[in-house]
Design a protein around this ligand. Structure first.
Ligand code: ATP
Ligand code: MG
Length: 818
């Protein structure tokens, strides 16, 4: 529906409103009524006040229509910003009209005043019409994007939007249109979010479809308990009438017995309902968490580069709990309260329609306050969730890297950054507390006003013998209970909003399709293990503009050891990530036996290609479980064999519980070298065709590395081995050495050839040798300086030869990097 239609509707409605109200007011065409009432206005006889409201209504609707037509760009938004105020105005008019109706019934029966009765009814109906048309006019805004495009901060439209956008307190600080435009966009997003809330609740309901049976049973008992509770105040009233009016035991005992039965049945039904809802909560929570975890497991590695562990954990634990709570607790309370409220209203109208009118006049105001509070609370709770996730992230990062924190003595720094996050949350909590205080204040005041009004008017009805005292007591109990129900509905509303916010976050993850799904299908019977990188260009998803690899091409042949060397950060581990199919290259292909790695079945690829990473992560399980990680039915014999090959068997058997010993979180109860050997055993137990060792032996002493190398040499014949190492001893024996520099293949060939060509490799080797010497000199300067030149030369030669033979040597020698 376009702006034209809504404006035409508004103008037509205004015309109808003015004409009809005037006709009803003048009892057809007695225009003299205006003059008479103006001169002698009496609220109990004249309806001039009601006619006056039509002028206000007409001015509001015509004003909005002109505004929207005049300024199609910003008009609807301005109208929509005033919606709450207009709703409030219309509610005031309706309340006034109903109050007038009650007053008039005291003077004359309504059947004798048909014109006035019609005018009051029309006033209420037309006020509702104004609310609807106002919402319609506010909605007729152009799509968000086109609005954003057409919004030009330099065209003086800032003033126009100023009044809409500025909020108290922030006004002084916010100067300039750009800021205001941001706020406008934020507001638009919030509006869109509000419309999404309904959809989210609907989707959550469909998520609980599997529990539909249980929920139906719970709902059945909910209805029983609510209906029983709805009857209880009625019988209280009857019992009191039995005492006060009839003064007979017979009239008194019957309602008391019925009361007892009702209380028994309702408490039984309530218990069953509560139990079933708790059960549904657990089932839904289980389903939601496992579903979310499964979705997380399917995400590509780039997702984990982008998102912090703390954020993900917070969605997995706090948000899912809130979502389950939303369905089981809040929806439960919402339904119970709504059913009870409907029952109470029914009985209230049965007892006295006049008193009921007084009672329900106040409810829309309470509802409006709840709506405003709920919206604000939703916004705040989303912000609180985000800051909480950030605080958790800081805490998790710090606690998991406690050794690093301690070694840099940065405990205070970490405390400060955690405190800063908590402080940010505290600021939001303060706002929440203030909003809650205002809400409680306004709702208690309105409740009190309502109760006093009902008591006053009810007392008047009893005194004028229009109702019995027992009925007034029943009515009062009903009204108090109804107030409680409405309060629960209002509190549930904020709970619902909170849950919807959390649900939107959970769905954001649940809906996320992995950008690089592991959905390959190839699983050939044999795998030779020929790996080819063909003109591969690659940038990490988190830094799409920085190419880490630029046109890299090389081949890894079965039965050969290939070494990848190059300066730190040149892209060696990135090549490994591509071969492991963690990322997709932007250009070129990574092939295994002539087929791109991403076309292979996920399990198949990782059983044929095994990686011992640069920083191997172990799980907080036993050594055996770590070695057989991801495999089932592995015999102990195979595990011991793999551990022996990795030179890990001896140290494992010396552990307190051998292979059953726990390794601690991330393997912290093992030394760096022991961890690496367990990681090598984990790779070897799979008997892979392609074995990748990315700095896999960097933490081992020369002796252990030598034995691991020996073991690897024995199995190399059938394997393709890719070794990344900074140690010359590991690299020089390789069949082929590929030198990577700044994402390019600088050169490749065997050690001798590369040394002879005098390229980057030979420079790196020389620098290492030189570095060793310099390191030795630094370590032991006086001794060395005292030695004669000849001895120094001999020592230099020795160190060079020992490094090239890969045997012993000092630790500094082994740690020296190219
Ligand atoms: N997950 C990632 N997201 C974004 N950039 C990354 C990521 N991992 C590495 N990089 C960047 O890619 C480049 C190559 O890193 P890579 O880990 O491949 O180097 P490397 O040759 O293995 O270095 P080293 O010898 O220190 O292990 C570096 O500049 C690094 O900053
Ligand atoms: Mg690396």
């Amino acid at each position: 529906m376009g702006i034209k239609v809504s404006v035409s509707l508004s103008v037509l409605f205004t015309l109808l409103d003015v004409v009809l109200t005037t006709v009803l007011y003048t009892h057809g065409s007695h225009l003299a009524t205006f003059g008479e009432d103006a001169l002698n206005f009496n609220i109990l006889q004249s309806a001039l006040d009601l006619w006056g409201f039509v002028l206000l209504r007409a001015s509001l609707l015509l004003g909005a229509s002109i505004g929207v037509t005049w300024n199609k760009k910003h008009g609807p938004r301005r109208v929509s910003a005033l919606t709450s105020l207009i709703l409030f105005f219309c509610l005031v008019v309706i309340t006034y009209a109903l109050a007038k109706l009650l007053m008039l019934t005291e003077v004359k029966p309504l059947s004798q005043q048909p014109w006035l009765l019609s005018l009051i009814c029309w006033t209420c109906a037309s006020s509702v019409g104004v609310m609807l048309l106002w919402i319609l006019l506010g909605k007729e805004s152009s799509p968000v994007n086109s609005r954003r495009r057409s919004y030009n901060p330099g065209e003086g439209s800032c003033e126009e939007t100023e009044s809409l956008m500025a909020t108290a307190g922030e006004e002084e600080q916010e100067v300039g249109c750009e800021r205001r435009e941001k706020k406008t966009q934020k507001k638009e997003e919030e509006e869109m979010e509000t419309t999404r809330s309904g959809a989210t609740v609907g989707r959550l309901m469909s998520f609980s479809r599997k529990d539909a049976g249980l929920l139906c049973v719970a709902f059945f008992f909910l209805v029983i308990s609510a209906v029983c509770e709805a009857f209880i105040p009625l019988y209280y009233g009857r019992a009191i009438d039995g005492i006060v009016n009839y003064k007979s035991m017979e009239h008194f005992a019957e309602p008391v017995i019925i009361l007892g039965v009702l209380a028994l049945v309702s408490s039984f039904a309530m218990g069953v309902r509560g139990g079933i809802f708790s059960l549904t909560f657990s089932r839904l929570n289980l389903r939601l968490r496992s579903h979310l975890f499964r979705t997380l497991m399917r995400q590509e590695i780039g997702f984990y580069d982008e998102n912090h562990t703390g954020d993900i954990m917070s969605r997995l634990s706090a948000d899912t709990t809130q979502v389950s709570d939303l369905i089981t607790q809040n929806v439960n309370i919402f339904l119970r309260s709504t059913i009870k409220a409907a029952g109470f209203l029914f009985f209230m109208f049965g007892i006295s329609w006049k008193l009921s009118l007084v009672a329900i006049m106040g409810f829309p105001f309470i509802g409006l306050v709840s709506q405003l509070y709920g919206d604000y609370y939703k916004k705040l709770s989303k912000q609180v969730q985000t800051t909480l996730a950030e605080a958790n992230r800081v805490a998790e990062e710090t606690i998991s890297s406690m050794r690093t924190v301690r070694s840099f003595a940065n405990e205070c720094g970490e405390e400060a950054s955690y405190y800063a996050k908590l402080l940010a949350m505290y600021q939001l909590n303060k706002k929440e507390a203030l909003a809650y205080a205002c809400y409680m204040w306004s709702s208690s005041i309105s409740e009190l006003v309502l109760e006093v009004s009902v008591l006053y008017y009810g007392g008047h009805l009893v005194i004028t013998r229009q109702m019995t005292s027992g009925n007034l007591i029943s009515f009062f109990i009903y009204m108090l209970e109804l107030g409680e129900c409405l309060e629960s509905i209002a509190s549930v509303y904020t709970g619902l909003m909170q849950g919807v916010g959390a649900a939107e976050k959970v769905f954001e993850y649940l809906d996320r399709e992995p950008k690089h799904p592991a959905d390959g299908t190839e699983a050939p019977d044999t795998c030779a293990g020929l790996v080819e990188f063909k003109d591969v260009t690659f940038a990490y998803p988190t830094r799409p503009d920085t190419d880490v690899l630029k046109g890299v091409s090389f081949t890894l042949r079965p039965g050969e050891v290939t070494a990848l060397v190059g300066p730190s950060g040149s892209g060696k581990s990135s090549c490994v990530s591509l071969l492991e199919n963690f990322y997709l290259p932007q250009q070129g292909q990574v092939l295994l036996d002539g087929k791109p790695v991403h076309t292979f079945q996920h399990d198949y690829l990782h059983s044929r290609v095994a990686l011992v990473g640069q920083e191997p992560a172990l799980f907080a399980r036993s050594v055996e479980d770590n070695i057989t990680y991801g495999l089932s039915d592995v015999s102990m014999e195979t595990v011991v064999q793999a551990a022996t090959k990795a030179n890990a068997h001896d140290f494992i058997t010396s552990l307190p519980e051998g292979y059953e010993t726990g390794v601690g979180e991330k393997g912290t109860q093992l030394s760096g070298g022991q961890k690496q050997r367990v990681a090598i055993a984990r790779a070897l137990v799979r008997n892979p065709r392609v074995l990748i060792l990315d700095e896999a032996t960097s933490a081992l002493d020369a002796e252990s590395e030598h034995s691991v190398q020996q073991a690897l040499n024995n199995i190399l014949q059938e394997h393709t081995v890719l070794v990344i190492a900074h140690r010359l001893s590991t690299v020089e024996k390789a069949d082929n050495i590929i030198v990577i520099d700044k994402g390019h293949v600088a050169e490749q060939g065997p050690h001798a050839q590369l040394m002879a060509s005098g390229g980057l490799y030979s420079k790196l080797v020389q620098r290492q040798v030189l570095g060793i010497q310099t390191g030795a000199e630094l370590l032991n300067p006086p001794e060395l300086s005292r030695r004669p030149e000849g001895e120094r030369r001999r020592r230099r030669q020795r160190s060079s030869s020992s490094s090239s033979s890969g045997g012993g040597g000092s630790e500094s020698e082994f740690k020296a990097r190219y």
